[in-house]
Design a protein around this ligand. Structure first.
Ligand SMILES: [Zn+2]
Length: 384
């Protein structure tokens, strides 16, 4: 049995997947669950039908931190993409932060005078390191399949081959360094013809037949049963399109008064992950019966607002208790000196085991705004 390991440059693939989908029209959905298996089959064909075992699929990607709040959906989409690969298909996913310093993600949305360039860190090196690391571990893999497009990986592929492992490259024609595509292969990068993902779209299409699902939203009106071919994640509830749209609009309306203008806050460029403890948990019942759940985290720098949507997937808002130690990413730094907007914003909030807490619980802050649950929520009582 030949062991295959797959190494994917996730940032590149995410940025270029639209090229693949475009060929089949807007409704094409790529099934990332099938990708390792299909690549394994191609390697097997190349080996004359020898049995192949895809032992691991590793993806390296990045996502924005300290971004303009108008891009929250884009960042969430990418977070969902990585979660999907991890949870549904057991990819090994490593994600690195790109600091946007409060700016918009797309260049076209930024001030044309602004010469800011987001710096993606570690992704290429992490992929290269993993590929070489496993190459050096006896029996970890026989063949590495690199799903890449950037020229930067050339030395890595050469060294993996020097260790005696075989290398295959899978790419996208429209976004591929010429060295990988060159059949003469003067740089000695690969042991197989390049695999074009565009040629595999038939095999990689996500196919789900329609079935009857029940919408679980409290906002739903009328019959809850919907015939749909939508993809539903493991263990997730189904919400119909109308309810999702209602929820999105509702969130936008709430956001307008809970989000402070970004420009008034300073950003912490190098230490986005922070620790603190849950100071207050609040639930506000909305007119339509749904609930807005949010809270505050406190540490030595001040208080951070978070919404239940900012919790990591494995954290249930109902499970949180005041005083719980948490780890979170700082989207906005608190400013305890400010009278009207003292609170920061925390995202990716993760509950920690008390033993994991690296710093002692912070002393209460004199200067921070009082947070109280005795009054009903209003924008006036919580100046964020
Ligand atoms: Zn619904």
């Amino acid at each position: 049995m030949v062991k295959v390991m797959i190494f994917i440059d996730g940032s590149w693939l995410y940025a270029n997947q639209h090229i693949l989908s475009k060929r089949f029209g807007d409704n094409y959905r790529l099934d990332y669950g099938k990708l390792p298996q299909v690549l394994g089959e191609i390697i097997a064909e190349n080996l004359g039908g020898m049995p192949v075992d895809v032992v691991r699929t590793c993806l390296f990607g990045s996502n924005a931190i300290n971004y303009d709040i108008d891009d929250e959906q884009l960042v969430q989409n990418r977070r969902d993409f990585y979660d999907l690969l991890r949870e549904e298909y057991h990819y090994e996913v490593e994600v690195f932060h790109v600091n946007y310093r409060g700016k918009r993600l797309k260049r076209s949305d930024r001030d044309p005078e602004d010469d800011f360039h987001p710096q993606e860190k570690c992704v290429d090196i992490a992929l290269s390191t993993a590929m070489l690391y496993y190459a050096a571990i006896p029996n970890a893999y026989d063949i590495a399949v690199a799903v890449i497009g950037d020229r930067d990986f050339i030395p890595t592929l050469q060294h993996v081959r020097k260790i005696g492992k075989r290398v295959a490259v899978a790419g996208i024609k429209e976004s591929c360094a010429s060295e990988y595509a060159d059949y003469k292969d003067p740089k000695r990068l690969k042991d197989f013809d390049i695999i074009w993902l565009g040629d595999l779209l038939d095999k990689l299409e996500l196919k789900i037949s329609k079935r009857r699902l029940e919408c679980q939203s409290p906002l739903h009106i009328g019959s809850r049963f919907v015939y749909t071919d939508e993809f539903i994640r493991k263990g997730r509830r189904y919400y119909c399109h109308e309810c999702k749209e209602k929820y999105r609009v509702q969130r936008l309306e709430q956001r307008d008064f809970i989000q402070p203008p970004m420009a008034e806050y300073s950003f912490e460029p190098d230490s986005p992950t922070s620790y603190g403890e849950i100071k207050k948990l609040l639930v506000r019942r909305l007119e339509d019966g749904s609930e807005n759940k949010y809270g505050f985290i406190r540490n030595e720098r001040g208080d951070y607002y978070f919404h239940s949507m900012d919790l990591m997937d494995d954290v249930d808002f109902e499970f949180l208790r005041e005083g719980d130690p948490v780890m979170f990413d700082v989207a906005i730094q608190p400013n305890p000196g400010s009278r009207d907007k003292p609170n920061g914003k925390g995202v990716n909030v993760k509950l920690m085991d008390r033993r994991e807490q690296p710093v002692p619980a912070s002393p209460p802050l004199q200067s921070s705004a009082p947070v109280s649950s005795s009054q009903p929520f209003s924008p006036q009582s919580y100046q964020l």
